[in-house]
Every structure is written in structure tokens, then in C-alpha cells.
Design a protein around this ligand. Structure first.
Ligand code: TYD
Ligand code: MG
Length: 462
């Protein structure tokens, strides 16, 4: 009885309230409460208080046969940790039009071609539309089973017949509805109820289910966060609308790493795997322009070279602008503060813009040194050497600290034709010489002096 009265659910955080109110007490959002029918207790109808005895199993039991199944798309498998785990459920989020449906129909087709049963259930598009896309992608011959369905119970009954599918794609979870819940499709309760039912089916049958999740305008997967807790892995598909490449990232992964990325390029014929992403992110390199520095980064276990661009310009505003795309704004503030406090670089009267080329997002502190180099280069108008890479973490004292995976970063840089590396001085000690000429810096002041000196000598030459 008391369950029934808690029927105003916040569509933002999933908190339940007993009466309508303008502001959700759970998350502080306004106008997010929607009246929803209560949830009947999930699970097969059993009398409460009367459980069924089940057998407990030892931890040492033998694993079942081939727990993982490679998708046939290398970049996808890299992110999931080597393929789809039997009975696991993945949630794939991403902006509308980023290519979620395209990626999943390609994955389903690859599995079907490998002789596995793959089912694609679309709640958003008609079968004809899915076929049209498949045709465009050259997948007409792949034996993927299609349906346009939204009733979860019907889907499960259908899929329980015949051979268990290896992969089931549900596009999208927000369009699904289950009989267990009275609310409208797309509401928090429905999304949660449908996800729960599908997850139970996956665990029971051993099929892998991929749920597509919509993303709200602030980048969260729409619907309750609890769905993220319920599934085994949360993947996010990212990219910039104006750029062709897309990045698949694991936000959570119970069966693999969360730091690997998969890189794809959206082409006229679907998503193409990009095995060497550095070349992609450096292809638009503004060689020899002031304000650009190449950062030798690491994404997961893979080195990735990207270009950081800075523009420092005199400001006409009382409070100068600081704008960052692709990097953490608070790290930019920190680097600017260290430049001011320890290196005598005055930026208080300048607008500062920092951009990571190609729309990539960098999460590593190792990018500090490259960002600082780009900033100083833009301020002084002195271009950085086009054949140099930068990495290192800047500490608040102005020292440049070594970062992990220095050898892998240097090797990648050498492979792509870079001949100089400006790195923390300890980094060289741990690496065998990869053929890059040394350019160690111990502190940010070293770097600033060096860039300023190169600017001066260039001024005298010209
Ligand atoms: P889609 O997979 O429908 O996105 P989502 O399911 O994430 O909403 O992809 C839609 C976009 O991808 C659309 O803007 C067109 C583009 N696209 C291509 O560029 N090439 C292709 O071969 C396909 C199928 C789509
Ligand atoms: Mg879609």
C-alpha cells in the first residue's frame, strides 16, 4: 500500500516522492517530477516471505565454454576487453546521430557473418529503414534477424524460441515498455523495469544484450542512473558533429578495462576502424604556426599523438576569457597560474583559448607541458619546432614531473617522424633511446626560457 503512494518520480535522478512538488529534493532539479504507476514486485509470481531454495556453487568451479565472443570489429573488442561476455548486458550511450545504430548493425552483421545468431530489435525505426541503412553499409547479405518491436515481454518470448541468439541489440531502451509497470514508455520506471527484465533474460539465456541509451543535453544517459549500475558495461560513443571520427569509450566495464578507446571514422559506407589514430589527429597539423604543440598522450594502453592549439590575445574585457575545448578547464587555470607565479608570464590582460584538435578529449595531467608550450608559443609569437612532441605534468611549484608510459609515448613519436621530445628530465632515464634527440626540461621556467629564446633568435634572423 505504501509503495503505491510513492508515485511521483524524478525523471532526472529517479527519486520517488509521495506528492507532486516543483523541485526534486533528491537532485535539486525543477519540474522533473512525473506521476507514475507503482512497480509491481518483479520476478515470477511468488508469495512474499516464501523463498525457493537454490544450490550454492564454489568459486573454484570450472568456467563455461568460451565466455567471450569477439565481435569481429577490432576497435569494438578493444573497448569491451576482448569481445562480448556471455550473458552480459552493455549500455551504449551517445548523442543523437553520432552513429550508435550504425555501429551496432555493423557489429551484428559481423557476428552473423561469423555464423552466430544476431538479432537487431529497433524501437525507433521501421524494419524497412534498418534494411535501407544495412544496404547502404553493404551488409545486405549478412544474416541478421530484424524486428521493429517495443514490448519487452513479446521480445523475450520470441527470442526464447530456437537457438539462443549470441547478440541482441535493443535500439533503444527508452522506447521499450514492460507489462510489469504501468507508466508510459520513456519514463524512469519503465526504463528501469524494461532494463531489469532484459538483464534477467540475458543472465538466464547467456545471450549478450546491447541496450542503446539516449543522452540528455548535459551528456548523461537519459533515464535513471540505476540502469548504469544494473548493466555490466557502459560504453559511450563520442565525437564532434563536424569531424568524421568517433570514439568509443568504456565508462564502466565489469569484464575489462575502462581506459581503452576505440577509434572509428564515419564514412559514406558506415564506420571504418582507425587502427592508427595518431595519424588521424595529426593530419590537420598547422606546421610551424605559433600556438601549436604536439602532445604525446596515452589512451588506455595505446599511445596517441594529438595537437594542442592555444590562442593568447590581448583582452578588451575586465575579466579576460578562458575557454577550453577538449581539456579540463581547471587544469588550464592551474597551468596559467603556474606560468604567472613562477615564470613571469603575464596573462592577466589576455584572453586565453585552448583547443584539442580533432575534437578529442584529453583526461591526462601529462598534457600540462604541451598546453603550457602552446600557450607560451602563442603569447610570444614564437612557433614551436614542428618535429617536437611534449609531455609532462606540471606541479604547482613549477617543476615538471615525469609521467607513466614515457617509453611508449616516445616510441610512437619516433614512429611518426618526430625527432625531438621535450619531456621531464627523468623520463629519459627510464627509456632506451628511441632515436629522439633529448630536450629535457626540469621546470616550466626552462620551457618558457627556451621558447622565448627561439623567438628572439628568429626575430634576429628575419
Ligand atoms: P545513426 O547510426 O543513425 O546514429 P544514432 O543511432 O546514434 O542516432 O547515424 C546517423 C548519422 O550517421 C547520420 O547523420 C548519417 C551518418 N551516416 C554516415 O555518414 N554514413 C553512413 O554510412 C551511415 C549509415 C550514416
Ligand atoms: Mg539510432
Amino acid at each position: 500500500m505504501s509503495r503505491r503512494t510513492l508515485s511521483f518520480i524524478c525523471q532526472h535522478c529517479g527519486a520517488a516522492h509521495s506528492r507532486w512538488q516543483g523541485k526534486c529534493e533528491g537532485c535539486g532539479e525543477w519540474n522533473t517530477l512525473v506521476e507514475e504507476g507503482g512497480e509491481r514486485p518483479a520476478g515470477p509470481g511468488r508469495r512474499p516471505g516464501k523463498g525457493r531454495a537454490f544450490a550454492l556453487e564454489p568459486l573454484s568451479g570450472g568456467a563455461e565454454d568460451a565466455p567471450r565472443c569477439a565481435s569481429g570489429i577490432g576497435e569494438f573488442d578493444r573497448v569491451t576487453g576482448g569481445g562480448f561476455v556471455r550473458g552480459s548486458v552493455l549500455l551504449l550511450g551517445g548523442d543523437p546521430g553520432i552513429g550508435k545504430s550504425t555501429l551496432l548493425i555493423q557489429a551484428a552483421a559481423a557476428l552473423a557473418r561469423a555464423g552466430q545468431r544476431a538479432v537487431y530489435i529497433s524501437g525507433e525505426e521501421a524494419v524497412a529503414q534498418v534494411r535501407l541503412r544495412a544496404e547502404r553499409l553493404g551488409l545486405r547479405d549478412a544474416d541478421v534477424e530484424l524486428a521493429a518491436e517495443t514490448a519487452v515481454e513479446d521480445i523475450i518470448t520470441t527470442l526464447s524460441q530456437g537457438k539462443t541468439p549470441r547478440l541482441i541489440v535493443i535500439d533503444s531502451i527508452q522506447t521499450m515498455w514492460t507489462d510489469l509497470v504501468d507508466s508510459a514508455p520513456g519514463t524512469v520506471t519503465q526504463v528501469r523495469g524494461s532494463a531489469q527484465t532484459l538483464i534477467r533474460f540475458a543472465k538466464r539465456s547467456g545471450a549478450t544484450i546491447i541496450l542503446v541509451g539516449h543522452v540528455t543535453k548535459d551528456g548523461q544517459i537519459a533515464g535513471p542512473r540505476v540502469v548504469e549500475h544494473m548493466v555490466d558495461a557502459v560504453l559511450s560513443f563520442e565525437g564532434e558533429g563536424s569531424h568524421q571520427f568517433r570514439i568509443l569509450r568504456a565508462v564502466k566495464n565489469r569484464f575489462g578495462p575502462t581506459d581503452e578507446i576505440g577509434v572509428f571514422e564515419m564514412t559514406g559506407a558506415g564506420l571504418r576502424e582507425v587502427a592508427n589514430p595518431s595519424e588521424l589527429f595529426l593530419s590537420e597539423r598547422d606546421l610551424g604556426q605559433p600556438g601549436t604543440a604536439v602532445f604525446a598522450g596515452i589512451e588506455g594502453t595505446r599511445p596517441l599523438l594529438v595537437e594542442m592549439q592555444a590562442l593568447v590575445a590581448p583582452s578588451s574585457l575586465g575579466t579576460p576569457r578562458r575557454a577550453v575545448v577538449g581539456w579540463d578547464p581547471s587544469r588550464l587555470s592551474m597551468v596559467l597560474a603556474v606560468l604567472e607565479a613562477h615564470c613571469g608570464v603575464r596573462l592577466g590582460g589576455h584572453d586565453v583559448y585552448l583547443n584539442v584538435a580533432g575534437g578529442l578529449r584529453i583526461h591526462e595531467p601529462a598534457a600540462d607541458l604541451a598546453a603550457a608550450a602552446a600557450l607560451v608559443s602563442s603569447l610570444t609569437g614564437a612557433p614551436l619546432p614542428a618535429d617536437a612532441v611534449y609531455f609532462g605534468e606540471v606541479s604547482l611549484s613549477g617543476a615538471v614531473r615525469p609521467v607513466a608510459h614515457a617509453a611508449a609515448r616516445l616510441k610512437e613519436a619516433a614512429k611518426l617522424g618526430f625527432t625531438r621530445a621535450v619531456v621531464p628530465d627523468i623520463a629519459r632515464a627510464e627509456t632506451a633511446d628511441p632515436g629522439l634527440s633529448p630536450g629535457e626540461v626540469a621546470s616550466l621556467t626552462d620551457l618558457v626560457t627556451r621558447i622565448a629564446a627561439s623567438g628572439k633568435s628568429r626575430g634576429q634572423d628575419g
